[in-house]
Design a protein around this ligand. Sequence first.
Ligand code: LLP
Length: 441
Amino acid sequence: MDKTTYNIMPVNCAPMFTIKNHLEIRNNHLFIGGADTTELAGKYGTPIYITNESRIIENFSAYRKAFPDADIYYAAKANGSFAILRMLAKEGSGADVFSYGELYMALLAGISREKILFNGNSKTDFELRKAAELGVKVSVDSRDELHTLSEIAGSLGKTVEIAFRVNPDVSPGTHPKIATGLRTSKFGIPSGEVVDIYREASGLPGVMPAGIHCHIGSQILDTAPFTEATQKMMNLVEEVTALGIDLKFVDLGSGLGIPYKKDEHAPTPADHADAILPVFQERTEELGISPKLILEPGRYIVGDTTILLTRVNTVKKAAKNFVGVDAGFNLLIRPTMYDSYHYAVVANRAASKPEEIYSIVGPICETGDVFARDRELPRIEKGDIVALLDAGAYGFSMSSQYNGRPRCAEILVKEGKSDVIRSAEDVGDLIAKQKLPARLM
Ligand code: LLP
């Protein structure tokens, strides 16, 4: 599936601008999953996240088709909503989890424990104990962690299958905050120490070296770094195999980018496969081994499936035309944190002619609370609905209550029908876990 293809044929009205292929314009309104976003805003209120169920399945299927012999471990951090985890569990997805919370949710959603890898560069002893008790694989990130896990698992009489997270020293050409396999990054074991640590692990109780893991970053738009990382990883696979260790899996992480901008070219899962599989297959055949390939996509599976719907509180003409909406960076932090681009659509005037340059800003008391800068959009008035597209990955999952703002609801749509999959918080949730010492009563 080519995500750079945009549907430029709004239904029932002239195409005025292009909209991503699972979003439609009908009667000048933006539709998602067959539902009118303006009606959803009226029914459930704003701000609100809306996810198109069918699109998640399409995206997951595209990955499975591109890598028919691999296991797909969905990266739960991208969007950990329970309904989404459940949907992917039913599709047979595994999970990359990065905390006990994510592990708990993945298992509860029905993801099989055999298809879970517990990742993380700074796991607590409690988390390592839970991984051992629950029988999931662990990607070990340091020598310290290896010894802690060996002791914990040994004391429980368990043997945990482990991989080591390798730092392959590859530049993925993405935003520096989400490049994870640079030599100076906090993740993984430096390549030069990998063979030694496998040798050491094979002599320890409670742990069984069974795989190898890397992840070089996120929102990667060029496939060359995937090939480079695969080559480096397969060199290590050769060295580790030479120690007599039987590697049952090679997890090459993920990082496939999506086109947030209309003219941005992003590789597809098929391109990702072309970058990895020839190297992986050639080297495993040469070595006479048949480890399972694992991939951990997050963004590709959920990124384009979801919009954040927000209502205009105020339009102000100042040095710029500011459109103040009711969502802030507490709900979608990506533009503030990574200067990332999200396409903005005036949902109730979706096919109208662009008339003005606007900046869409949130209500938070920080200058960086800007969703969209200087965009040419149709006329905007108080009460209009603005949709921020491609908000499914690292949107709700990175939300907070900053500025005393309860988190919003999430809705799942399918064939025009909508269900609440997470209720909105209210002010009660701001106080729910807080306590007053007696002297302040
Ligand atoms: N595996 C591991 C070990 C990871 O750390 C990540 C993401 C993934 C898989 C999934 O990568 P993806 O397919 O989504 O690129 N908050 C940032 C992205 C942070 C990515 C963290 N790790 C953003 O909003 O762009």
